[in-house]
Design a binder for this molecule. Sequence first.
Ligand SMILES: Nc1nc2c(c(=O)[nH]1)N[C@H]1C(S)=C(S)[C@@H](COP(=O)(O)O)O[C@H]1N2
Ligand SMILES: [Mo]
Length: 411
Amino acid sequence: MITRRSLLVGGAAAAGTALLGTLPSIIQAEGSRTPSPGATQPPGRPLGEPTSALSARSPFERPARTPIDQVTGASFSPLQELSGTITPTDLHFERHHAGVPIINPADYGLLVHGLVDRPTVFTLADLKRLPSTTRTYFLECAGNGRTAYRSPKRELTPQLIDGLTSNAEWTGVPLTTVLTEIGVKPGAAWMLAEGGDAALLSRSIPLEKAMDDAVLVYAQNGEPLRPAAGYPVRLLLPGWEGNVNVKWLRRLKLIAQPNMSRDETSRYTDPLPNGTARQFSFVMDVKSIITYPAHPVRLGRQEWVQIAGIAWSGRGRITRVEVSTDGGVTWTAGELQEPVLSKAHARFTRMWRWTGEPATLLSRATDETGATQPTLVEFREKRGQGTDYHFNHIRGWVVEQDGLVVYQVGA
Ligand SMILES: Nc1nc2c(c(=O)[nH]1)N[C@H]1C(S)=C(S)[C@@H](COP(=O)(O)O)O[C@H]1N2
Ligand SMILES: [Mo]
């Protein structure tokens, strides 16, 4: 039986000493104090800090993306340090192909042309005048999970394995509103979306998706998009691979056939074992990862552990996340925290007691279409060792004899 006492005994002492060495000395002293019951203030009750324009994190909490300073690269979100489902904006993963342009909204215009009745340039003010929508969606880079698949290591953390997914509340104009406004001509079946960065990233999007749930987004988590997220406007295609969510959106062209841009031919196609490649693998498949316990956590013997993680699917709602603590011999349904939203991260948990024997922890998510995650062996057979994108196989953590949790290399 799980009691409050059995949860509290063990574990508490092991946590939290690793960071202390890097904190300022006054904080180190604070951190090394033995907590006293009910203590909330230092002796003498000195006045606290004043108000400020922007809040800062507690100096005891230092989540960070990594690596930094990548002009043509990615920065991974620290999944193991997040709670709930919303990714704080400054910890949302980033991926840019030619750095972050700083765009003055006064100079911004979105050209919509091609097979349309009334080619139009929309200013930011034009877009903001249209009826808005606010929805929560994950955004995941198609290359998320590549390191763990291609060059797995015991020392990988949730951040380095799957930190190229994040989840946010987005606000903007449904693309259907804009397309209906300008009139789509018969014969239009695709839409070229082009970014205003030095990469001029461009992708062809089926008109069906553009008319379904696509959004021209100008705000994230309640504030204007930040430059790295595509300020002032990005295209959001819920559940589809990160790359098509074009940032710094400058042009939409309605066309009859896909454009065969660089980013949909030489990139963002999936090489297959038989030498051919899958093209237009837009949807992000059902996926999950346990974010606690995970490397470099060390568990204590007989410790009660809340196994926790996130699950998501580009095809809709997560309906089930099963957790195994014996390497996949047996599975138990985890609890899904409400609300579980379509095409968004969902959080799952399961209580478990580590007896001290080596254990292998796995999670397996299923979505509302019935799709479920393949094992690593099944995935490798179907997609080949050299595949580059869409890695949604089951991930595992091994709890070693001494309690150290490491990434499961191989299966
Ligand atoms: N214009 C433009 N849009 C872009 C990119 C880019 O480099 N330029 N990167 C794409 C890729 S590969 C991904 S994964 C997502 C990342 O979005 P984020 O940085 O907001 O997380 O943006 C996409 N949109
Ligand atoms: Mo990406």
